[in-house]
Design a protein around this ligand. Structure first.
Ligand code: 13P
Ligand code: SF4
Length: 305
């Protein structure tokens, strides 16, 4: 074990810390994490941990969600400047204006939002459960879906009889994965199954075989008899796919699909974070209480399965 890895291991014990990492994190970060997963899995892991400290390796809204679900724990980000540009595309003020124009509508907010936006929403969703969350809304047929218009459009395609009000938000990384990327690779590898993330454009989703959350992709590949896969999401995903499926082959739909914010976490920063207990994520108590309601409603829907 290198010195940095052994120092992290010692401090992790001393601090009673758990390391949670998103599927897009760099391979060496994933390798030392106690749990690696998608936004939904990470939220659930954060809500269940008995550790005193959560080292969150991902982007800001994810660490904030962990803090909201575990208010008595210290949630630290090794690099607190790791934000999600999509989450920054809507503010609580903008949402209040939108709600005033659609008084009958219920607000479904993607987990990629700030705590303030979640606090003004009725229910949260992730890419793994957006369809289920929308289906569970029975008391109105008007849905304000924020902030990802592509996840919204891909979800609305299955929600018959509901009127959607979208927001002009998008993920700059997934937006640039195009149908031609998928079609070109399908021609080169006719036996490959193509999996894309629902943050991709509907045209890209249409060109692919399945649209799945990052953890959905992991389970699909594990249980599939196919040996080759085209992966339409952030390229970090390929690391875990290969690690857990060494006999299968993965082709990234676009090598340019890199989320720079997800790559800000390094082993050094994790070590410093454990040494200095920094940078702590703090959420205003009242905001956290309201946001928690929206997140817990979402988790509850998953429990009903
Ligand atoms: P998942 O919840 O599918 O992991 O997606 C999170 C995300 O930010 C995708 O860009
Ligand atoms: Fe945000 Fe896109 Fe990065 Fe996911 S990949 S964290 S949606 S910018």
């Amino acid at each position: 074990m290198t010195e940095i890895l052994s120092r992290i291991a010692v401090l992790k014990k001393q601090r009673s810390a758990v390391i949670l990492a998103h599927n897009y994190q760099a391979g060496d970060v994933q390798d030392i994490a106690d749990y690696v997963g998608d936004s939904l899995g990470l939220s659930i892991a954060a809500s269940k941990t008995t550790a005193d400290v959560i080292i969150f390796c991902g982007v800001h809204f994810m660490a904030e969600t962990a803090k909201i679900l575990s208010p008595n724990k210290k949630v630290l980000m090794p690099d607190a400047s790791s934000g999600c540009p999509m989450a920054n595309m809507i503010t609580a003020e903008k949402l209040i204006e939108l709600k005033a124009k659609h008084k009958k509508a219920k607000v479904v907010c993607y987990v990629n939002t700030s705590a303030e936006v979640k606090a003004k929403s009725d229910i949260c969703c992730t890419s793994a459960n957006a369809q289920k969350v929308v289906e569970a809304i029975k008391d109105t047929d008007e849905i304000i879906f924020i902030p990802d218009k592509y996840l919204g459009l891909n979800t609305a395609a299955y929600a018959k009889g509901k009127k959607f009000i979208f927001w002009e938000g998008y993920c700059p990384i997934h937006m640039n994965i195009l149908p031609e990327h998928i079609l070109k690779l399908k021609k080169l590898h006719p036996k490959a199954i193509s999996l894309v993330h629902p943050e991709c454009r509907p045209e890209t989703v249409k060109a692919a075989d399945e649209a799945l959350s990052t953890e959905g992709m992991m389970s699909f590949v594990k249980s599939s008899k196919a040996l080759e896969f085209i992966i339409g999401t952030e390229v970090g995903m390929i690391y875990r796919l290969k690690k857990e499926n060494p006999d299968k082959i993965f082709y990234p739909a676009s090598e340019l699909a890199v989320c720079p914010n997800m790559k800000k976490t390094t082993l050094e920063k994790i070590l410093w974070s454990l040494e200095d207990l920094k940078t702590e994520i703090i959420v205003n108590e009242e905001t956290a209480k309201r946001a928690k309601r929206a997140i817990e409603k979402m988790i509850e829907i998953g429990r009903q399965d």
